[in-house]
Design a protein around this ligand. Sequence first.
Ligand code: ADP
Length: 302
Amino acid sequence: MTGHAHSIMTIGECMVELAPREDGTFNRNFAGDSFNSAWYLRRLLPAGASVDYCSAVGTDRISDRMLSFIADAGIGTQHVARVGDRTVGLYMIELEKGERSFIYWRDRSAAKLLAEDPARLRAAVAGKTLLLFSGITLAILSAEHRANLLTVLREARAAGALVVFDPNMRLRLWPDVATMCAAVSEAASVADVVLPSFDEDGPNFGDATPEATIARYRAAGVRTVVVKNGAGEVVAEDEQEGQVRYQPVPVTDVVDTTAAGDSFNAGFLTARLAGQPLEAAIASGASISAKVIRARGALVQI
Ligand code: ADP
């Protein structure tokens, strides 16, 4: 994974975020798991590496603003398609006695069509050295478009790209647990690296321990599995390095855990691309997310 300029692409949906201010008005931001990871990767990787986003937006003003925001962050937008009769998804953060909840308007978002055209997807991933997608990317697509995406990723992997998958299991985006688990398992079978969270994979797949999560993905052919577990120990396994356990330094002054996993992924992958061993890369991911959860919002200046 070292020795040449890296060309990274993350694939998924970026949304408009409305975050409440204390005076009752809202801040308008842009965020979404795959985009958050791209944003952190761009900040962490050397300038010689490229980071691109693959998605779809509308042709209206707010879509233009989102694209400008992505481009201003140094992330390539050439492979964000424009869909004429749709616009970007939206979510609002509700604060009730310090507890956050999210309301989404994304059922007809343009991003749901990001994998409509296999030829466009193929052109987007051509020449990329690392491709990152998530269970949320899968959840917003029709079964047919999911198959398009997995086919193109399988081809890219065969051509030498490192394919990275974060299961990010959000049941409310799926008809039922079985459909979600089947899609996640199929996606894992095209990935070299899977970065699950035990609080999602454990209950949904019935894994009793992080080691069981690792064993399940390794049996599907995944080379590297890193199981995140909130403040708990990260347990990981790599086909060459074996199993590693890492206890993140506890963060006692947590402000907002949004994008903890997305920023961990970026820190971990940046270290791996620099040739670091598993444990050092996990420490790097954990230290980035420790900074992110001490501040408000998905995108934190690190
Ligand atoms: P996700 O956002 O995908 O649910 P996790 O909650 O598992 O991800 O957190 C991802 C990473 O963020 C963890 O592996 C850990 O390194 C860090 N992290 C999250 N919560 C804490 C915490 N309370 N203290 C220290 N580190 C944390």
